[in-house]
Design a protein around this ligand. Structure first.
Ligand code: FCB
Length: 466
């Protein structure tokens, strides 16, 4: 690369300098993806349908009727994608295992070809010096299990535990970091109450049942991973806890904000980290005729000791009292928006992390997702064809600075995974919303680095060398 071209690349010191970030030299730098969003090969090598295959093939469910049949074709391009991670010099890669690829139908023995794929992925990563961080469940429930009740059925928690044992039995000699669930709030609320995610159900009591069964599944899976892995496994869970602000100082607004905090944060963190559900939330759920289906001993299982806590953050919530008793989300017109359109509020990330540290005896925290969708079609390209996605670069820089501020306030945050390694199938939004630090041309499957990837890479290197 010539000096001229090099100088055309973004200077990592533009915006937030690596030194100003004040992150430790052993901070973990990574990028994240999930199986259904990138793999494609939907009907190959014994894989059966997940709820996302069914949902995305339901006309009108997904923008543009997009689906994950091919996605980024990562199943066939995995070595090329791992080479990208290597080129960027990232320490870790967070991916998820496709349940219906590993255990078609969600019951019974493993599908050898399915596990072989993850075996190759893990070896490829380790061969490149990249630590594999495996998420067991990133939303792709086998359709057969949904037909038997899905997460509203208690049995699904035990099925997740069996799947965990199959995965850890095969990969647990090399995968050290395991994340049981990704964002159980989304699985339960978007999937079973709001219906905008698979399986597309709109029954509030089923969503509440799903919350408990997901958390029970987490506890059971954590136990089985630890028992099945031949190498000491570090087990965690990834939440997307709401960071709630009251819209005003009136008692009604404060009460609404407290209620939203209960439904979006404490309902998940309390059982896992404190071993109990918050009573104000359980009372509210009982009042709404949607009790949590807790049985004796469940909370002991759910509150497994954790080696780390995964936190995903994209935006915060400002809440006011609604006309009915429901809290109401109010837009903050002072904040810029991403293409989702989600409000950009880095300080919310600092406040979220500080709040977790204040309220819980939390294990070390890793930011397991953070990133932004922008319309990259308006970006210029540099001499080497790389997209100059300055808004995404600024988003990452501002949020890493927010992480550094949380650390300065005593929060033990040890790493950060950008969402996402590459543009992919963004659930209900399809391929129209691009979160990648690597651009994907979905017609040709060509990958192209964006400047946000170069910024992350250089910042990681500069921080290590501090
Ligand atoms: C999170 C999901 C992830 C991705 C981002 C944008 O809620 O975990 O798969 O879609 O949002």
């Amino acid at each position: 690369m010539s000096t001229e071209q090099r100088s055309a690349l973004p200077d990592p010191r533009v915006g937030t300098s690596p030194a100003a970030l004040d992150l430790p030299t052993d901070f973990l730098w990574g990028a994240a993806t999930s199986a259904y969003q990138i793999e494609g090969a939907a009907a190959l090598d014994g894989r059966t349908a997940s709820i996302w295959d069914t949902f995305s093939h339901t006309p009108g469910a997904i923008e543009n009727n997009d689906h994950g049949d091919v996605a980024c074709d990562h199943y066939h391009r995995m070595p090329e994608d791992v080479a990208l991670l290597h080129e960027l010099g990232l320490d870790a890669y967070r991916f998820s295992l496709s349940w219906p690829r590993v255990q078609p139908g969600g019951r019974g023995p493993a599908n050898a070809k399915g596990l072989d794929f993850y075996d190759r992925l893990v070896d490829e990563l380790l061969g490149r010096g990249i630590a594999p961080w495996a998420t067991l469940y990133h939303w792709d429930l086998p359709q057969e299990l949904e037909d038997a009740g899905g997460w509203s059925a208690r049995d699904t928690a035990y099925r997740l535990a069996d799947f965990a044992e199959l995965a850890a039995g095969r990969l647990g000699d090399r995968v050290r970091h395991w994340i049981t669930l990704n964002e159980p709030f989304c699985s339960a609320v978007l999937g079973y109450h709001l219906g905008c995610h698979a399986p597309g159900r709109t029954h509030f009591p089923s969503a509440v049942r799903a919350v408990h069964h997901l958390l029970l599944g987490h506890g059971l899976a954590a136990q089985r991973i630890r028992a099945a892995a031949s190498r000491h496994a570090r087990v965690g869970i990834t939440f997307n806890p709401s960071q709630v602000y009251a819209a005003g100082t009136e008692p009604a607004d404060l009460a609404a904000a407290h209620q939203a905090d209960g439904m979006g944060r404490r309902l998940y963190l309390d059982p896992v980290l404190l071993g109990r559900y918050p009573t104000d939330v359980t009372e509210e759920l009982d009042r709404r005729g949607a009790p949590l289906p807790v049985r004796g001993g469940d909370l002991g299982v759910i509150a497994q000791p954790l080696d780390f806590l995964g936190v995903n953050y994209y935006f915060s919530d400002t809440i006011a009292a609604g006309d009915t008793k429901e809290p109401r989300r109010v837009p903050r017109t002072d904040l810029p928006l991403t293409a989702m359109p989600w409000e950009i509020h880095p300080q919310g990330m600092t406040d979220l992390l500080v709040g977790i540290h204040r309220d819980y005896p939390a294990p070390p925290i890793y930011v397991t997702e953070n990133g932004a969708a922008f319309d990259d079609s308006t970006c210029d390209t540099d001499a080497e064809g790389r997209l100059q996605d300055t808004r995404r670069t600024a988003y990452l820089a501002d949020h890493l600075a927010a992480v550094a501020r949380a650390r300065a306030q005593g929060v033990d945050v040890r790493g950060y995974f950008a969402w996402s390694l590459m543009d992919n199938f963004e659930w209900a939004y399809g391929y129209g919303k691009r979160f990648g630090i690597v651009h994907v041309d979905f017609a040709t499957q060509q990958r192209r680095l964006k400047h946000s990837a170069l910024w992350l890479s250089r910042t990681a290197r500069a921080t290590r060398a501090r």
